[in-house]
Design a protein around this ligand. Structure first.
Ligand code: ADP
Length: 461
């Protein structure tokens, strides 16, 4: 079910309360009716006996006097009935002039059975008592009836009040329930939005536990304990990557040096030289990957220290291009370097890493015979480098993500080409660390141009 929990809680609360109130109201109304009818019944029973006694002793005159004294005025009737159902004497309500009960009741009374029954006379119900009596040796029946109009009116009034009051009470309860549920769940909402904010880069942050030591407080503590474990795990992973990359750098540098020495030998046969040169390229590529991993691990640990000096961008480009020349040559790509002479305050090693990643991508993604143009520029308070290629370009929806870590626009092709999705994210980290920025412009099918810009504060031309 997609409804929020506070809506469901409120609905359940209201439904439950409606059932309880409906049950309680039904019980109250039935009980009230029964109690009021009992009171009337007691009155007609005792009244009928008294009236019967008066009639038996003194006749019709006393019957009327007794009726007037005993019965409540205006809502009751009494009559003396002869066997066969003829009304001999009547008192009270106009309905008393005709027989108030059935002839069978009269016959049963004559057989000696006293009865109380409810009869409908005109628009109203009456409670009636039927008692046999003898007057001067003749059998008669006394019928005394009292209207249940007041009972019905009282019950109807209570029913109306309940029908008006219950929906109002229910609405008030639902609003109260909604407010309470919202109040109770507010800490959960706060915790949810905080937990949503905590990404892998903000694992040191914690959820503020509510002051209460209840289930929600325990949930916050549990989530925080989970964050502790996650943070430790991620730290260990970073340390492992950093240590492994660091350890790998020395043997790779040694291999590179040994390959260089071996390649100095003029007596090498052409196939051997080719194998050694290809191995040196692979060692270089591996060194770049290891350097990227180490940089990312340092960024994640918050330890990307910059050793800034004045860097000539043209020289930095030359330095980044040189080791990649063989790669470009292998694909018959033309590498063109041009642009203004400009300087920036930068860490040369990091800048070299970013430029290498840009240029290596340009070479990797260009078709053989294409061109890669690398230029330095200065404008609008920024100095930068742009690497333009004649590759396949980048689809518009992928452009926003190419600088994300592990993002590859075309995973199958990139993996085949040895891509890890880390190169451009390093470029962005390096630019961010220098207070600069990176961006890409691309025309699908016509190539891409990647740029890195640094603030030009102290730049001299
Ligand atoms: P990878 O190691 O996969 O090259 P990057 O972070 O360097 O990782 O690049 C991310 C993705 O951006 C690549 O997989 C590729 O899809 C796209 N990309 C990067 N440079 C270029 C380029 N010059 N031309 C076309 N696509 C590129």
């Amino acid at each position: 079910m997609k409804l929020p929990i506070r809506v469901r809680l409120t609905a359940w609360y209201a439904v439950l309360l409606a059932i309880i109130l409906a049950g309680l109201s039904t019980f109250l109304v039935l009980q009230l009716r029964a109690d009021l009818e009992d009171t009337v019944e007691v009155e007609v029973r005792s009244g009928s006996l008294e009236i019967a006694r008066a009639y038996q002793n003194e006749g019709a005159g006393d019957f009327r006097d007794a009726s007037r004294t005993v019965l409540p005025h205006g809502s009751s009737a009494a009559q003396v009935v002869a066997p066969g159902g003829r009304v001999l004497v009547a008192f009270g309500e106009p309905v008393a002039s005709r027989l108030l009960v059935s002839k069978e009741s009269v016959a049963r009374a004559l057989a000696g059975e006293r009865q109380t029954l409810t009869v409908k006379l005109g628009a109203h119900r009456f409670r009636a008592a039927v008692v046999p009596v003898q007057r001067l040796g003749r059998d008669r029946v006394i019928v005394v009836a009292e209207s249940l109009r007041h009972v019905d009116e009282s019950v109807d009034r209570v029913l109306l009040l309940l029908l008006l009051g219950l929906p109002a009470a229910l609405a008030a309860t639902a609003i109260g329930g909604w407010w309470l549920a919202r109040k109770a769940l507010r800490p959960v909402e706060r915790m949810t939005s905080k937990a949503e904010e905590i990404g892998i880069d903000r694992l040191h942050e914690r959820i503020a536990p509510p002051r209460t030591e209840d289930e929600i407080g325990r949930l916050a503590l549990t989530l925080n304990a989970m964050l502790d474990r996650l943070e430790r795990g991620v730290e260990e992973k970073h340390r492992l990557i950093a240590d492994a990359s660091h350890e790998l750098r020395t043997p790779l540098a040694a291999m590179r040096a040994e390959l260089d020495v071996s390649l100095m030998d003029d007596d090498l046969s052409p196939p051997t030289r080719e194998v050694l040169e290809s191995t040196r390229e692979e060692v270089d590529r591996m060194s770049r990957i290891v350097a990227n991993l180490l940089t990312l691990a340092r960024v994640d640990e918050g330890r990307l220290e910059l050793l800034k000096t004045r860097v000539d961008l043209g020289a930095a480009i030359e330095e980044a291009v040189r080791p990649l020349q063989p790669l470009a040559a292998a694909k018959q790509l033309r590498l063109e370097v041009n642009g203004a002479r400009c300087e920036a305050d930068a860490d040369p090693q990091r800048l070299n890493q970013a430029l290498t990643n840009f240029i290596e991508n340009a070479i990797k993604f260009s078709e053989p015979g294409g061109e890669v143009c690398i230029s330095a520029w200065e404008r609008n308070g920024e100095v930068g480098v742009t690497v333009k290629d004649t590759g396949p370009g980048i689809p518009p929806d992928a452009r926003a993500h190419v600088f994300d870590r592990f993002y590859r626009a075309d995973p199958a092709r990139s993996r085949a080409g040895g891509g890890s999705g880390l190169g451009l994210s390093i470029c962005r980290e390096v630019a961010d660390a220098h207070g600069g920025r990176v961006w890409v412009e691309s025309q699908e099918g016509e190539g891409s141009s990647f740029s890195l810009a640094l603030p030009a504060d102290r730049t001299t031309i």
